[in-house]
Write a protein that binds this ligand. Structure first.
Ligand code: NAP
Length: 279
């Protein structure tokens, strides 16, 4: 079994764009609503990655009582701010906020999380149109490519069908000619599907959802889930200790998909800045 070391690859990818960042001098802005502890950690890591890459980082902190209207105003301010090349709104957002409406308001050219329907829609066409792909799926593809893991013709099973992870990673795998199965909460017999997987991508948020008896020998495991045990330890959705004995490759949690998501965000910020400079 070999670990898919997202931490090491993310450092390499961020290093690789430093020269471009120096020329373009891009700015990434992050809207942070409230003080959710997980969001604070994610945002801190994104700031660190920007500093490493040489990207200007701007954080807009807003109270969790903010109204839809005021949040939309902040989004519009960033759309119109010519000093900002890309921005994200850290999820989750409080209940009074309509997430689809907020995402719809983002200028697609600055949508470096790749959540806007315009960027998602383009991604459906082919890999050539994945200009600002959603960050987590994009990071997963880069990780598989780096380790020379074949995708074409492989049975890829995705567990979870969220708009920003499960659905787009399934599409990106299909774009690369894998045979894709997507499972979710209503899937009748999850194990009957996961057992077929050459590559199993799990994005649910449930500790030990995938156990050793649910995978075949030699499977490649990509564990997107981020959970905390009762003892406060970070873990994914896969029973790492036992499943790793059968896997050929597996991502650790932490240190797998998480850092790759951040690297993909940095690469998207550089792409957005490059396109804006050339227009
Ligand atoms: P989400 O929007 O809550 O989606 C979870 C998906 O799992 C849904 O499609 C849900 O189906 C499905 N599901 C729930 N219980 C299931 C079960 N028992 N069997 C099969 N499918 C089930 O979550 P998300 O935002 O995609 O995130 C998933 C996990 O990845 C979370 O732990 C999150 O923290 C983590 N994450 C990590 C990164 C990273 O960079 N590493 C990035 C994003 C997310 P229904 O919708 O039908 O309920």
């Amino acid at each position: 079994m070999e670990l898919l070391d997202g931490k090491a690859l993310s450092v390499q990818l961020i290093d690789s764009v430093k020269d471009e960042a120096e020329k373009l001098k891009p700015t990434l802005a992050v809207i942070l609503v409230g003080e959710n502890p997980a969001s604070l950690t994610y945002v801190k890591n994104k700031k660190k990655a920007c500093e490493h890459a040489g990207i200007e980082y701007k954080e807009i902190n807003l109270p969790d009582t903010i109204s839809q209207e005021d949040l939309l105003k902040e989004v519009n301010n960033l759309n119109e701010d010519s000093d900002v090349n890309g921005f994200i709104i850290q999820m989750p957002l409080p209940d009074q906020i309509s997430v689809p409406e907020i995402i719809r308001a983002i200028d697609p050219k600055k949508d470096v999380d790749g959540f806007h329907a315009y960027n998602l829609g383009k991604m459906f066409l082919s890999p050539d149109f994945e200009d600002l792909p959603p960050a987590t799926p994009s990071g997963i593809v880069k990780l598989l490519d780096y380790y020379n893991i074949p995708i074409r013709g492989q049975e890829v099973v995705v567990v979870g069908h969220s708009n920003h992870v499960g659905k787009p990673i399934g599409t990106m795998m299909l774009n690369r000619n894998a045979t894709v199965t997507t499972c979710h909460i209503y899937t009748k017999d999850l194990a009957s599907h996961t057992k077929q997987a050459d590559i199993l991508i799990v994005a649910v948020g449930k500790i030990n959802l995938i156990t050793e008896d649910m995978v075949k020998d030699g499977v490649v495991i990509v564990d997107v889930g981020i959970n905390r045990t009762d003892e406060g330890k970070l873990c994914g959705d896969v029973d790492f200790e036992n499943v790793s004995k059968k896997a050929s490759f597996i991502t650790p949690v932490p240190g797998g998909v998480g850092p790759m998501t951040i690297a993909a965000l940095i690469l998207n910020t550089i792409s957005a800045a490059k396109r804006q400079a050339s227009n």
